[in-house]
Design a protein around this ligand. Structure first.
Ligand code: SAM
Length: 218
């Protein structure tokens, strides 16, 4: 059910004008974007800007991504209700909530303990019981819960982290922005067999850097 709150109309406008109009067609993704209350995932002082066509600062020098890129990356994962998903870069928890609408289980890794704690509390308050937030270096994935049907990296990697590739289930898809610190392109990897991977590229994008052992070092 789509919640009615003070932002229902502006959320519907966001979906029509920023997401459908740019070619997102997956009805499950559109329904999730219509449902998740994005204003609950930003600082109170920024709630009125939550549905604008841009990222917003959330503290610790990090951002909640632009609504369109959240929808685009989610569509590229091609999730089913049975999917198990790993997200790298919890940030506000918004993308994790969108994934939780579409999959059976979401594990989300965040390197900043404070962001992780706030996101987990928000997700619990909104009754997303199928999301677990883990503090750590997400470039290493979360081996204890692997394999995953979908892996989504929401920060900019210098190259595809090998640990993430190895934690994909056969048939699973990894979506990751790869490139320089200033500009990246979405890479999609599909695991076809034990050692067989298909790779292709999608749109250009700009994310904050993915730090860590298989990310940027400083
Ligand atoms: N998905 C988030 C949301 O919905 O709000 C937005 C993610 S923000 C663009 C990128 C996040 O990746 C930041 O919170 C940053 O701290 C996190 N990050 C960067 N490198 C990381 C790493 N190695 N492991 C886990 N999180 C990382």
């Amino acid at each position: 059910m789509i919640p009615t709150d003070g932002y229902s109309e502006v959320r519907e406008t966001m979906v029509r004008h920023q997401i459908e109009s740019r070619g997102i067609q997956d009805q499950r993704v559109l329904a999730a974007m219509r449902k998740v209350p994005r204003h609950e995932f930003v600082p109170v002082s920024k709630q009125r800007e939550a549905y604008e066509d841009r990222p917003l600062e959330i503290g610790s020098g990090q951002t909640i991504s632009q609504p369109y890129i959240v929808a685009k990356m989610t569509e590229l994962l091609a999730l089913t209700p049975d999917s198990r998903v790993l997200e790298v870069g919890t940030g506000s928890g918004y993308q994790a909530a969108v994934l939780a609408e579409l999959a059976s289980e979401v594990v989300s890794v965040e390197r900043f303990e404070e962001l992780a704690g706030v996101a987990q509390a928000r997700l619990e308050a909104l009754e997303y019981g199928n999301v677990t937030v883990v503090v750590g270096d997400g470039t290493l994935g979360c081996r204890e819960r692997a394999p995953y049907d979908g892996i989504l990296v929401t920060a900019a990697a210098p190259q595809l982290p090998e640990a993430l590739r190895s934690q994909l289930a056969i048939g699973g898809r990894l979506v990751c922005p790869v490139g320089s610190r200033d500009l990246q392109q979405l890479k999609i990897v599909v695991r076809k067999g034990e050692a067989e991977f298909d790779e292709h590229e999608s749109i250009r994008c700009m994310f904050v850097p993915l730090m860590g052992r298989e990310g940027w070092s400083g």
